[in-house]
Design a protein around this ligand. Structure first.
Ligand code: NAD
Length: 417
């Protein structure tokens, strides 16, 4: 068994974190119990490129319980929880991940996973798929299918499909209702605030808190920041989303206008160069910049470097840039996803649903005949099963349609009476 982690002696600490996550992941544990009996992955090699967190450990244990051999690397150089990586290595997972990888080390880890010749890939951001399709095409022949965890990855995969470059089918786990409605919204909302607070410990009440992007992540973040007493400003490029933010009670303006008034800026767009030199130059002294989108390109860091005369690290995940104009700006977690780099990522309760979708979609791909190389939605039976199991675990009952109601909503004859 091969692995490369920071320090194997952290394994016991990792086990405690994993146990804590497990107590909040009833859906995945339920699936794990079934997999233990049915062994759907017997003899199957799975290659995963996911944030190596305590919740990912529960997913990996679930897949292993189903008989899989799992090779795992991180999906971001700063998001690996070294204790968890050590604990996984100890139970026989081929894990290649440590916090603070360089770009070269990051791709070395991705390539090590590919060396295991996975049959199914689990990706978060499509770096594993991208590497397989560009530099490791010889390994494509053994791959039957894959799953993708996040919005940015799905966007990249759809572009590959459109360009006819995609060589195997991928299920867009991100697009399941039981994923994005909860993970992207409530998970990102809460954990992004958590990351900002752990890095800075600033008071949010009374601050002008600028959220760039009012998608699922932005909605969650704006709502949570408002709940902490911040005055939330939203910037958008999509007129419908901008209107929605306005009617949800947020102030909407261009980033150029917001730059003058914001105290904290958070990007969550999946786009590039959202916060640029012209914005930074206008910002107030001591403004804080953070990103919760997938890649570290949303805040243009070369622009920030070019405006700065010096920089220093003040606290973990908090860098102070002194600009040539005399002002100071603070960048959190090197512009990487602040909720994972500076906190622990999403709470286990939401990852329970995201990773239940992952586990069930991997099972679906293994059991189904080979599909065309396209991006597929999560089968609605899986989405509904995850919601049903989650409600059950929360002891929440819902009503059932009566025969009369089933007939009524399926018909067109009845109208005003
Ligand atoms: N931090 C996390 O743990 C986490 C979790 C889920 C998703 N993500 C990532 O967050 C990003 C956003 O995900 P989402 O699900 O909210 O996507 P989404 O598509 O629902 O929303 C993105 C929004 O950003 C807007 N946008 C694009 N360019 C913009 C710009 N220049 N200025 C202002 N707004 C702009 C779009 O119009 C859209 O409304 C993606 O990169 C996704 O992969 C991160």
């Amino acid at each position: 068994m091969q692995f490369k982690v920071k320090d194997l002696s952290l394994a016991e600490q990792g086990n405690l974190l994993i146990q804590w996550a497990s107590t909040h992941m009833p859906v995945l544990n339920h699936i794990k119990q079934r997999f233990e009996k049915e062994k759907p992955f017997k003899g199957t090699v799975l290659g995963a490129c996911l944030h190596v967190t305590k919740e990912t450990a529960i997913l990996v244990q679930t897949l292993k319980a189903g008989g899989a051999e799992v090779a795992l690397c991180g999906s971001n150089p700063l998001s690996t929880q070294d204790e968890v990586a050590a604990a996984l290595a100890k139970i026989g997972v081929s894990v290649y991940a440590w916090r603070g990888e360089t770009k070269d080390e990051y791709y070395w880890c991705v390539n090590k996973v590919i060396d295991h010749n996975p049959i199914i890939t689990l990706d978060d951001g499509a770096d594993l798929v991208g590497t397989l399709h560009s530099k490791r095409t010889e390994a494509l022949k053994t791959v039957k299918g894959g799953t993708e965890e996040t919005t940015t990855g799905v966007v990249r995969l759809r572009a590959m499909e459109k360009a006819k470059a995609l060589k195997y089918p991928i299920i867009a786990v991100n697009d399941a209702y039981t994923k994005y409605l909860f993970d992207n919204r409530y998970g990102t909302g809460q954990s992004t605030v958590d990351g900002i607070l752990r890095a800075t410990n600033v008071l949010l009440a009374g601050k002008n808190f600028v959220v760039c992007g009012y998608g699922w992540g932005g909605r969650g973040l704006a709502t949570r920041a408002r709940g902490m007493g911040a005055h939330v400003i939203v910037t958008e490029v999509n007129p419908v989303r901008a209107l929605e933010a306005t009617m949800d009670g947020f102030q909407v303006m261009s980033l150029s206008e917001a730059s003058r008034v914001g105290d904290i800026f958070v990007t969550v767009t999946g786009d590039t160069s959202v916060v640029r030199k012209e914005h930074m130059a206008k910002m107030k002294d001591r403004a804080i910049l953070a990103n919760s989108g997938h890649f570290n390109v949303e805040i243009n860091i070369p622009d920030l470097e070019s405006l700065a005369k010096s920089k220093r690290t003040l606290r973990p995940n908090l860098e102070e840039y002194e600009l040539k104009n005399g002002k100071k700006l603070y960048l959190l977690a090197e512009g990487r996803l602040v909720n994972l780099a500076s906190a622990e990522g999403h709470p286990s309760e939401v990852m329970d649903m995201s990773f239940a979708n992952q586990a069930l979609c991997v099972e679906y791909l293994v059991k189904t005949k080979r599909l065309e190389p396209k991006v597929y939605n999560v089968p609605s039976e899986i989405d509904n099963a995850v919601a049903t199991l989650k409600l059950k675990s929360m002891s929440i009952n819902i009503d059932k349609l009566t025969q009369e109601q089933k007939k009524y909503i399926a018909s067109w004859e009845e109208g005003t009476i």
